[in-house]
Design a protein around this ligand. Structure first.
Ligand code: TGC
Ligand code: FAD
Length: 394
């Protein structure tokens, strides 16, 4: 039976009626996180960004909401669906990429590493307190000379009796200096392995990286490991190759697919409101064809990005999500969000370069987002490899 499409009203905030594709429970989770971001993040994030910090207390609040490791089962984690986790990431990043990063690094990187590759004792010891936000984790894979190519890492762990001695340096580590525990990946005679390194371990120090003009509402640090002696049970027993850390990246990259859609939406909403309000040449700039064209393209990208994220979420919940799908999603959605942010910034004129509006903050954050968790080039090469069957990395 055909329906009268003319009677369907379009809503600017959800042009394609994507809400309709969500369950009541998914909408409830989304709305809870959206309210948290509206009340606890949006009023303060400009100041945090300017000061180059993120209050660590936020971790406990995020834990109380069940957002830390929310898609993991057991050990105090919420056991939510991948789609629900994605919706949470979208709302968090609509506030700021730094807040989503806190949740990604905690849940998808540090906690996931223990959950997926750790022993039963390690899971029981760490995960409940990490889910509650009482213990903050970080994830050390990148080094000064090994970013896109972690296989070239120099950090090394060698056995000494039953202990391990860890030596090396990790760079660009989110939450490094505020973390209570670091998951550090190292080369060993038995392949690449992961280690749980508690703050305060002798020889383990951190140093914050200053002067970032992107992701300022997030702490980024260097980890220095000077012959750190660790007991045998600090090693994640099940991870024996780069598959260990790369599997964690899949989880965090999946959250970024959603998060980028959130950042894009926030920029679009700011631009739409501004264009309707701002008068130039005697009429709102929203009445001009140029700005309407910009807004239409932004709406298209926001809706397309959200639909792509939702599709990947449904695939993940059905157990059908491949790492290559995630690469396509991260590549597409972060680039789309950058395009939307840059267009929105222009709509805002001079006001677009201030922290009074969220746009330039998102725009500069997205320069980190397009770089971390695999650069756009890396993801293009992963997709290219899947399309052609040819590895073009080396
Ligand atoms: P390759 O030889 O292809 O694979 C080595 C082993 O890993 C397996 N594997 C994967 N497993 C799970 N998920 C994936 N996505 C996987 N990709 C590969 C593979 O099957 C193999 O397993 P096994 O058991 O046979 O040993 O590895 P490669 O050295 O050729 O590298 C491939 C490449 C370039 C795609 C990979 O190195 C890569 O992804 N590079 C980008 C590095 C990166 O994304 N770093 C991110 C650091 S963490 C971060 O940025 C946090 S930001 C904070 C925040 O998220 O907010
Ligand atoms: P490089 O690998 O040196 O790349 C430089 C350029 O070369 C890029 O354009 C890249 O795309 C390109 N390139 C590389 N290889 C190829 C190739 N084969 N073909 C064509 N082009 C290529 N890491 C962690 O481990 N944990 C964290 O918590 C973390 N948090 C971060 C937070 C922030 C704010 C930032 C900015 C980074 C963070 N990172 C973290 C590091 C991040 O993952 C790396 O920066 C990223 O993987 C890229 O590595 P690189 O910076 O060394 O760039």
């Amino acid at each position: 039976m055909s329906r009268d499409t003319a009677k369907v009203a379009v809503r600017p905030g959800d042009f394609l009626d994507i809400d309709h594709l969500l369950s009541d429970e998914e909408r409830d989770i989304r709305d809870t996180v959206r309210a948290f971001v509206r009340d606890r993040v949006v009023p303060h994030v400009g100041e945090w960004f300017e000061a180059g910090t993120l209050p660590v207390e936020l971790a406990r609040e995020l834990g109380a909401l069940g957002l830390l490791g929310m898609h993991l089962e057991g050990y105090g984690c919420a056991g939510a669906s991948a789609t629900a986790y994605g919706l949470a990431c979208m709302e968090l990043e609509a506030g700021d990429s730094g807040v989503r990063s806190l949740v990604s690094v905690q849940g998808s990187l540090a906690m996931y590493a223990i959950w997926r590759w750790g022993s039963e004792e390690q899971k029981r010891h760490w995960l409940p307190r990490m889910a509650a936000g009482e213990v903050i984790g970080c994830f050390g894979l990148t080094e000064p000379d090994a970013g896109s190519d972690p296989a070239s890492m120099r950090t090394r762990a060698r056995r000494d009796g039953s202990d391990w001695i860890l030596h090396g340096q990790k760079m660009w580590i989110t939450n490094g200096s505020v973390a209570d525990v670091a998951i550090v990946w190292a080369r060993t005679d038995e392949g690449f392995r992961g280690f749980i390194v508690p703050k305060g371990a002798k020889g383990f120090t951190t140093q914050d990286i200053h002067g970032k003009l992107s992701l300022r509402a997030s702490i980024t640090s260097e980890l220095l490991l000077d012959d750190v002696r660790l007991p045998a049970d600090a090693m994640l027993p099940e991870a024996t190759s780069l598959r260990g850390p790369l599997s964690c990246l899949n989880e965090a990259r999946y959250g970024i697919v959603w998060g980028a859609a959130g950042a894009a939406r926030a920029c679009f909403e700011a631009a739409l409101a501004y264009a309707k309000d701002r008068v130039a040449f005697g009429r709102p700039i929203a009445a001009t064809q140029l700005q309407q064209s910009r807004l239409a393209h932004m709406a298209l990208e926001v809706n397309r990005a959200t639909l792509l994220a939702l599709h990947l979420g449904r695939l993940k919940d059905a157990g059908r999500l491949a790492p290559e799908h995630v690469s396509l999603g991260k590549l597409g959605n972060v680039n789309a969000a950058l395009d939307v942010a840059r267009a929105a910034r222009q709509v805002l004129g001079a006001n677009g370069v201030t922290l009074e509006y969220p746009v330039i903050r998102h725009m500069s954050n997205l320069e980190s987002v397009v770089t971390y968790e695999g650069t756009a080039d890396v993801h293009a090469l992963v997709v290219g490899g899947a399309l052609t069957g040819i590895d073009a990395f080396r």
